[in-house]
Design a protein around this ligand. Structure first.
Ligand SMILES: NC(=O)c1ccc[n+]([C@@H]2O[C@H](COP(=O)([O-])OP(=O)(O)OC[C@H]3O[C@@H](n4cnc5c(N)ncnc54)[C@H](OP(=O)(O)O)[C@@H]3O)[C@@H](O)[C@H]2O)c1
Length: 502
């Protein structure tokens, strides 16, 4: 959104949320709508129609929204907001696997469109299990619900996971493109809605001081860490089929990599941006055969103690196979094979039950020559690091070496630190506000195009295949640590180390 936009409000619309009684709707979607409404960004003529199998009246749905909001953000929903906002919400129960549901949906949408003057514009948000993505799109198409008119739009928002490997992502793209034009499809990766992620482009392309250094001439390597302290928290059934590689790498983490490594786009328009991101993803060398053993570490958490609390092993979690080979941690070393990045390793790691919750990108610069310090007491020089903190405590730090005050020449590293909270007060939103707003405005830059999704699966397709046939390489790590020792070795072999948190 451009702050100079004379009319930042959306136009009229009806948003249909499939899976309205579920967790995502409760924790992310409804609060996002609330935030957009509070900030005056929604048109006066809008409506939200929730759907799931659970039987509820409009009033019961509105009551649920109130109680969810009160649980999640006590005190935020004022009496005035309730009065103004709640009449925009409606509910219809239905099973999306049944065709009759969609004819009822159609007539309900028509009556809400008339009542709320939503202009025939509608988005359908698929907050349901991934197995329902394609059937729902087909049912919407069969009922004529996604036909656009000259003066109105229809869009479909699809949640992650988008496929579980390259083949299934290609199949899902193919299936939904039978009914939908690519321009109507909004594939969500909520990481792309985060302020700090959008700021990567600004940092790189609006600051003359970084641009000249942004290549293998000056950058030694890049690290991306997405670490969680939580385990699978009752979602063992889901996680058994996902694992850290599939759950985090082809979407969130490779999106971050593509933003760090892409060439400058000719504009920030949706296709120009996404063209450059796809090029980088396709330049990543896919790992196969022996390369996998050398460049990938997978681990699974065993019991451990965190803050004096005894935490159980992954294999002891509910709905997890006691001999499960699912990885809860993965670290990779990837190469981006193009002129800018040749010779610069990209180290990625993500895992559950790690020592600290942090999502961060570290760009480490090459060390200067030691020569002028040869005759001094300085033992070694540390490299400069640019650290982009995505969450928590969003911000950017520049780590550099400085002289410790005193008679002897001693050096130490210090951080020049920018924190969003210090400069802009309010903490950046979760990403869903921005993404919903963009979808309603028809702005697709922060959504993943079909080729981007497929390009995300390419680098790891060989790893998935290898792991299907062998469990040899699964290593253990204690809950509350930084993961398996093998992941440290992945860097120390190259004379590097993961950023140390104190
Ligand atoms: N939760 C998150 O934080 C999160 C984050 C990222 C992505 N996602 C993705 O978002 C989607 C939803 O996740 P969730 O966590 O909200 O799942 P959830 O809590 O299990 O909710 C699923 C929703 O789908 C409805 N549903 C299931 N079968 C249906 C059917 N046949 N017809 C109509 N409605 C049906 C359920 O309601 P009824 O049982 O009443 O029908 C419920 O409202 C998934 O694709 C997930 O991967 C979730």
């Amino acid at each position: 959104m451009n702050s100079d936009d004379p009319n930042p409000q959306t136009g009229p619309f009806l948003g249909v949320i499939f899976g309205a009684s579920g967790d995502l709707a409760k924790r992310k979607l409804m609060p996002a709508i609330f935030n957009l409404f509070r900030d005056g960004l929604l048109a006066e003529s809008f409506a939200i129609l929730g759907m799931s199998r659970k039987k509820m009246t409009d009033d019961a749905f509105r009551e649920k929204i109130i109680s969810d909001m009160e649980e999640l953000a006590p005190g935020e929903l004022t009496a005035e907001m309730k009065e103004k906002l709640l009449p925009h919400f409606f509910y219809i129960s239905g099973d999306v696997t049944k065709a009759e549901t969609f004819s009822r949906l159609k007539s309900r949408m028509e009556s809400i469109d008339k009542e709320c003057q939503t202009g025939g514009n509608a988005f359908f948000y698929l907050a349901t299990a991934p197995t329902l993505f394609s059937p729902v799109v087909h049912a919407l198409g069969d009922e004529g619900l996604i036909n656009e008119r000259e003066d109105s739009w229809r869009r479909v928002v699809i949640e992650k996971p988008f496929g579980h490997d390259l083949k299934s992502a290609q199949q899902l793209n193919h299936d939904i493109q039978i009914k939908l034009n690519e321009k109507q499809i909004y594939r969500i990766d909520h990481y792309l809605g985060k302020e700090t992620v959008q700021n990567i482009d600004v940092l790189r392309f609006a600051n003359g001081m970084f641009q000249p250094f942004w290549s293998n001439l000056f950058i030694d390597h890049v690290q991306i860490t997405v670490a969680e302290t939580l385990g699978v928290e009752g979602r063992g059934g889901y996680y058994e089929h996902a694992g850290a590689l599939r759950d985090m790498i082809p979407n969130h983490i490779l999106q971050l990599l593509s933003l760090i490594a892409m060439e400058m786009p000719i504009s920030f328009g949706a296709d120009d941006m996404r063209d450059e991101q796809v090029k980088v993803l396709r330049a990543i060398r896919p790992l196969h055969g022996e390369d996998i053993n050398h460049n990938v570490v997978r681990g699974q958490y065993v019991h451990g103690t965190v803050d004096g609390k005894d935490l159980s092993a992954y294999r002891a979690e509910d709905n997890v196979d006691p001999s499960s080979m699912t990885e809860t941690y993965v670290a990779l070393r990837l190469a981006v094979e193009n002129q800018r990045w040749a010779g610069v390793p990209f180290y990625l790691r993500t895992g559950k039950r790690l020592a600290r919750r942090v999502t961060e990108i570290v760009v480490e610069f090459k060390k200067p020559p030691f020569t002028p310090f040869r005759e001094t007491t300085v033992q070694s020089l540390e490299p400069n690091q640019l650290i982009i903190r995505i969450q928590p405590d969003e911000g950017i730090s520049l780590r550099f070496v400085t002289k410790v005050p005193g008679t002897l020449l001693k050096l130490d590293e210090v951080d020049m630190d920018f924190r969003y909270a210090d400069y802009f007060g309010r903490a950046p939103a979760t990403g869903y506000d921005r993404l919903l707003y963009d979808c309603i405005r028809g702005e697709a830059t922060l959504f993943r195009r079909a080729d981007m999704v497929e390009a995300g699966w390419l680098p790891i397709a060989g790893i998935q295949e290898a792991w299907e046939h062998s469990g040899d390489s699964l290593t253990e790590y204690a809950s509350g640590t930084w993961g398996p020792a093998e992941a440290d070795a992945l860097l120390s072999r190259d004379g590097r180390q993961w950023r140390v948190y104190v």
